[in-house]
Write a protein that binds this ligand. Structure first.
Ligand SMILES: [Zn+2]
Length: 318
């Protein structure tokens, strides 16, 4: 009886980080899904060198498929290449853009500051990246022994994230098998990401469960909590403005603008617009603060601030 395809885990199985799954198609052919670093509690009981080590064979790996570019899913990539992996790195189009940036950062923090070495390594990674469109089958192998196809579907977790369907056909036995690797899955109604669509079905499901032991708050509740925090911030700013002495005004302006900048970022992140705050007055909190502060700041200060925040100086005058 043909025992393939077979699943093996090089991480992400006894803990929630270090995701690395192997789909063994035959004695001499396999596919890897993710190659992440162990982090947090999972890394505590592994000695620091051991956790980076790629102590599994790489010669038989046809391709590495990356579900998304979080470090617990791609962090061991440098070590995979160091171990001799020379196959393609398959991922979505956005992931292909993001992956070199994340790896560059990981290299700088944990590996080397040598610019030439980093450049060489990134060139190697970029040369192996193959960006795949969502919802289309991509054939990896089609010969007299196997046909292996891969399809990426949106996972709604972070930009470029996907879950992966792998179809294998063993020509000798005629056995067809679909294995699905979930990667990390996001909840629906994210402001920037299309919601994940459930798969039709599969024969084997590899389901990651990082937050599997608790329920996420609904997005509506999260928005309400953010809104309450913003309203509290308004109260604090108003109270503090009334007691701030004159000499502190410039610094006060800078700090307020810092808070406003953070606020704008959070609002964008949560898909909130000015219209979500009608109770704050006819003008938004942001423009009210900027108007008031704008009058207090000199042109020179305003120019420096507008450069720092990347906005037009006109914004500060309201
Ligand atoms: Zn993730």
């Amino acid at each position: 009886m043909n025992p393939y395809p077979q699943l093996l885990h090089h991480g992400g199985a006894t803990g929630v980080t270090g995701s690395c799954h192997r789909l063994q198609i035959s004695d001499d052919r396999a596919l890897l899904v993710d190659c992440g670093l162990f982090q947090g509690q999972d890394a505590d009981h592994v000695d620091s060198f051991e956790q980076y080590k790629v102590n599994f064979p790489v010669d038989d790996v046809l391709a590495l498929v990356v579900t998304h570019v979080h470090i617990d899913h791609i962090g061991r990539l440098p070590y995979l290449l160091a171990a001799g992996y020379r196959g393609p790195i398959l991922c979505s189009v956005p992931s292909a853009r993001l992956l070199p940036l994340v790896i560059e950062d990981a290299l700088k923090i944990g590996f080397t500051r040598d610019r030439a070495l980093i450049e060489r390594f990134l060139a190697e990674v970029e040369g192996r990246l193959a960006a795949l469109g969502y919802r289309e089958w991509h054939t990896l192998v089609d010969d007299d022994r196997h046909r292996v196809r891969v399809r990426l579907q949106r996972a709604g977790h972070i930009l470029g994230s996907c879950y992966v369907e792998v179809d294998t056909l063993d020509r000798e036995s005629g056995k067809v098998h679909r294995t699905l690797f979930s990667g990390d899955l996001g909840a629906p109604y994210a402001p920037l990401l299309p919601a994940p669509k459930p798969p039709w079905g599969c024969d084997t499901l590899v389901l990651e469960s990082t937050y599997g032991d608790r329920r996420h708050e609904g997005r509506r509740h999260r928005r309400a909590r953010l809104k309450a925090a913003i309203e509290r911030l308004t109260d604090v700013i108003e109270e503090w403005e009334s007691i701030a002495p004159d000499f502190a005004k410039f610094n006060a302006g800078v700090e307020t603008l810092d808070a406003v900048d953070m606020l704008k970022f959070l609002m964008e992140q949560h898909g909130l617009g000015i219209a979500d705050f009608p109770e704050i007055g006819s003008k938004s909190l942001v423009s009210r603060i900027l108007n008031r502060r704008g009058r207090e700041l000199t042109r020179r200060h305003i120019q420096a601030l507008s450069k720092r925040f990347g906005v037009s100086p006109a914004l500060f005058f309201g």
